[in-house]
Design a protein around this ligand. Structure first.
Ligand code: ITT
Length: 199
C-alpha cells in the first residue's frame, strides 16, 4: 500500500520514512511536488482540526491515500501554549532555535515545567477524511538544550523514563515512544484491520 505524506517538515518526514523502512506492505513517500503546491492556512484551534485541514487540502492533488499530521508542544504552566502554534511560536517562519529561546523566556522562574507533545494524523483520499489517529508523550522542559538529534523542541524536552531529552534519542529510539509514533501505529492498525482493507 502506498501512502503519501503531506508535510513541509523534514524532521517529521525523516521519522516517518524511518518507521516505514521496516514495513513489508506499506510504502511511505512525500506527496509528489509538495513544495510547488499551494499551501493551506492552518486555521484550526485544535491539532485534529489542523490535521484535517491539511489532509483534505493535500489529498485533493492525487488519487492516492494521503496523510497529514498536526503536532506540537503543550506546556502546563503556559496554559497549553504553544500548542497548535508550536511551529510559529516566535512568529511565522520562526526557526527552531527562536522558538526554543522564547519557550525558555516564557518559563523563566516557573516551577512547574511539565509538558507533553501531541500529534494527530488525518488520513484522507481526494478531499475526504477517512479517519484520524492520535498520540501523546509526557515530559518536562529543561533550563537549557541538550542533544542534537530530532527537531523543534526536542533539545528542551526531557522524557524521564529515558533519562534523556528527545534530542538525545536517535530517531529509532524516539519513534517507538513518541506522540508521532503512537499516532502512526494507530494508522497502521486501522489500515490492517477491516476498515483499511477496503481501501
Ligand atoms: P507541516 O504542517 O508541513 O507538517 P509544521 O512544522 O508546520 O509542518 P505543525 O504545524 O504540525 O507542523 O507544527 C509542529 C511543530 O511542533 C514543529 O514545528 C515543532 O516545533 C513542534 N513539534 C512537533 N512534534 C515535535 C517533536 O517530535 N519534537 C520536537 N518538536 C515537535
Amino acid at each position: 500500500m502506498l501512502l503519501f505524506a503531506a508535510t513541509s517538515n523534514s524532521g517529521k518526514m525523516r521519522e516517518f520514512a524511518l518507521a516505514a523502512a521496516d514495513l513489508p506492505d506499506c510504502e511511505i513517500a512525500p506527496l509528489p511536488g509538495f513544495r510547488e503546491l499551494p499551501a493551506v492556512e492552518e486555521s484550526g484551534t485544535t491539532f485534529e482540526e489542523n490535521a484535517r485541514i491539511k489532509a483534505v487540502h493535500y489529498s485533493g492533488f492525487t488519487g492516492e491515500l494521503v496523510f497529514a499530521e498536526d503536532s506540537g508542544l503543550v506546556v502546563d504552566a503556559l496554559d497549553g501554549a504553544p500548542g497548535v502554534y508550536s511551529a510559529r511560536f516566535a512568529g511565522g517562519g520562526a526557526s527552531d532555535a527562536a522558538n526554543n529561546h522564547l519557550l525558555l523566556e516564557r518559563l523563566r522562574g516557573a516551577e512547574d515545567r511539565t509538558a507533553h507533545f501531541e500529534c494527530v494524523i488525518a488520513l484522507a483520499r481526494q478531499g475526504n477524511v477517512l479517519a484520524t489517529f492520535e498520540g501523546s508523550m509526557e515530559g518536562s522542559i529543561l533550563h537549557e538544550p541538550r542533544g542534537t538529534s530530532g527537531f523543534g523542541y526536542d533539545p528542551l524536552f526531557f522524557h524521564a523514563p529515558c533519562g534523556r531529552t528527545t534530542a538525545e534519542l536517535t530517531a529509532a529510539e524516539k519513534f517507538p515512544i513518541s506522540h508521532r509514533g503512537q499516532a502512526f501505529r494507530a494508522l497502521l492498525r486501522w489500515l490492517n484491520r477491516g476498515d483499511g482493507a477496503r481501501l
